[in-house]
Design a protein around this ligand. Structure first.
Ligand SMILES: Nc1ncnc2c1ncn2[C@@H]1O[C@H](COP(=O)(O)OP(=O)(O)OP(=O)(O)O)[C@@H](O)[C@H]1O
Length: 445
């Protein structure tokens, strides 16, 4: 049953509106004191509130502002004896759902109530779905950015539309792609990932489309490609910015016509797949440089999900760190319950160039070596690749040069520690192998 709170200093109005609503089978409470109304709203759950605009102490608009400070969910309908358009507009701007005038016209009240409660049902359904997506796919974070990402996952999942996910390395692009797949009506089909940067260009075509026996030297048997493997499901093209121009043209053709030819074949094969692509590169820049086809970009970018780097959403660090702490304490059977306040501060202060992947790796290593039930600052710093705060660095060249020097030194040190083992070094640095290869090349290591 829907619960409604009516706040008005006019006892006669309170009682008559209450009678009307109780008659319509709503559960109603009344409050003649606006300050006390705040307590009511903090202690109990209501689906809807009627607030009188003119009340002694704090008026309805101020009360509305206060309520929005701690409760974004409740639908609020403002009620006024001498309404003006400007008050109504202001109320809507402050988050009211609608505005009704005294004396209340029962028919108008009925329509407003119906609309408000319908919005409430939708709102609750949306919050439930968002919470479910967060917990089912373990997408952790309380920032507005993460809420926006989840919102978009929920919107695009049911559509068959292509999605382009952008964001720096380690921000969670693959996690989001999997969440879209699992929330969609293709969830029982396969989710196939192809990392376009990890496969040499000459092999990528056959990886994507498959090849016939004898199609090229070494093709001793027929092999199906990722397109066929993903039939009925989702194909996740990671690092799409690294795909070579000739292959981009072929991919464009498949996206237009949903058909392709295996290497060495002259017959078209039809497939039913959804494409999700991701990149940590700036595709606009690549288009400008003639390295990425603009038409392909538009085909892939029907919906765009941009995941900001962790340093731009520091409020996510604490919930993520605690989540990974629980995960690894379980995995390694350790009785660790939390971080010390100093360790938490350090986590929040660091800029996380490798984003969530780096944070996850640091927490894993720290848990492995931890002794007590709390992770302290020192234990944590031992596992962080660059615990120095940025403000301690003395600049001598341009910022870009300094950053590159710093990056070069760290990568060389870690490579030295791991005897040149790329996989291990990438893990310590919190980036993937491909990114490490690219960085080595760019920095001349
Ligand atoms: N919001 C999040 N909540 C929980 N785990 C996360 C979140 N974001 C990222 N992760 C974890 O961080 C790690 C890296 O994420 P993922 O591989 O999805 O990043 P990516 O952006 O695809 O990286 P790359 O560009 O290097 O391929 C994974 O272990 C992933 O589960």
């Amino acid at each position: 049953m829907y619960r409604i709170l009516i706040v008005d200093d006019d006892e006669y109005f309170l009682q008559s509106l209450k009678n009307l609503l109780v008659y319509k089978k709503y559960e109603v409470e009344t409050c003649a004191n606006p300050i006390m109304a705040l307590d009511y709203l903090k202690k109990s759950t209501y689906h809807l509130a009627f607030l009188d605009v003119k009340m002694p102490g704090i008026d309805g608009l101020e009360l509305l502002e206060n309520i929005r400070g701690f409760n974004k969910d409740i639908s609020v309908i403002m009620v006024s004896g001498q309404s003006t358009i400007s008050i109504a507009v202001e109320a809507i701007k402050k988050g009211a759902f609608d505005f009704i005038e005294k004396p209340v016209d029962p028919e108008k009240l009925q329509i407003t109530l119906k609309n408000a409660l319908e919005r409430q049902i939708l709102y609750e359904e949306k919050s439930r779905l968002m919470a479910e997506i967060k917990s089912r796919y373990k997408i952790i974070g309380c920032s507005k950015a993460i809420d926006n990402v989840i919102n978009t996952i929920e919107q695009v999942a049911a559509l068959n539309a292509k999605v382009l996910i952008t964001g720096e390395t380690g921000t969670g692009k693959e996690l989001v792609a999997r969440a879209i797949h699992l929330t969609s009506n293709r969830s029982s089909g396969p989710f196939i990932k192809l990392n376009c940067a990890a496969i040499p260009t000459h092999l990528l075509e056959s990886e994507l489309f498959g090849h016939k026996k004898g199609a090229f030297t070494g093709a001793t048997y027929e092999q199906l490609g990722k397109f066929q493997a993903a039939n009925g499901g989702t194909l996740f093209l990671d690092e799409i910015g690294d795909m070579d121009l000739t292959l981009q043209a072929k991919l464009l053709h498949v996206l237009q016509d949903n058909e392709f030819m295996m290497v060495g074949s002259n017959k078209y094969v039809k497939v039913d797949i959804r494409i999700i692509a991701a990149t940590n590169q700036n595709l606009f820049q690549l288009i400008k440089e003639g390295k990425f086809r603009e038409d392909l970009y538009h085909r892939l970018n029907v919906f765009n999900i941009k995941i900001p780097p962790l340093r731009e959403r520091p409020e996510d660090i604490e919930p993520l760190a605690r989540h990974f702490l629980r995960e690894f304490a379980d995995t390694y059977n350790k009785k660790i319950i939390d971080f010390t306040p100093q360790a938490l501060d350090e986590l929040k202060r660091y800029s996380w160039p490798g984003n969530v992947r780096e944070l996850r790796n640091v927490i894993e290593k720290t848990v492995v070596f931890a002794r007590g039930s709390l992770i302290g600052l020192e234990e944590l710093q031992q596992q962080m690749s660059s615990p120095q705060p940025v403000k301690d660095v003395l600049f001598s060249g341009s910022l870009k040069e300094e950053l590159e020097n710093c990056e070069r030194k760290i990568i060389m040190k870690v490579l030295d520690q791991t005897n040149g083992k790329i996989n291990e070094a990438a893990k310590i640095l919190g980036i993937n192998r491909t990114s490490l290869y690219k960085k080595k090349k760019r920095l001349g290591i």
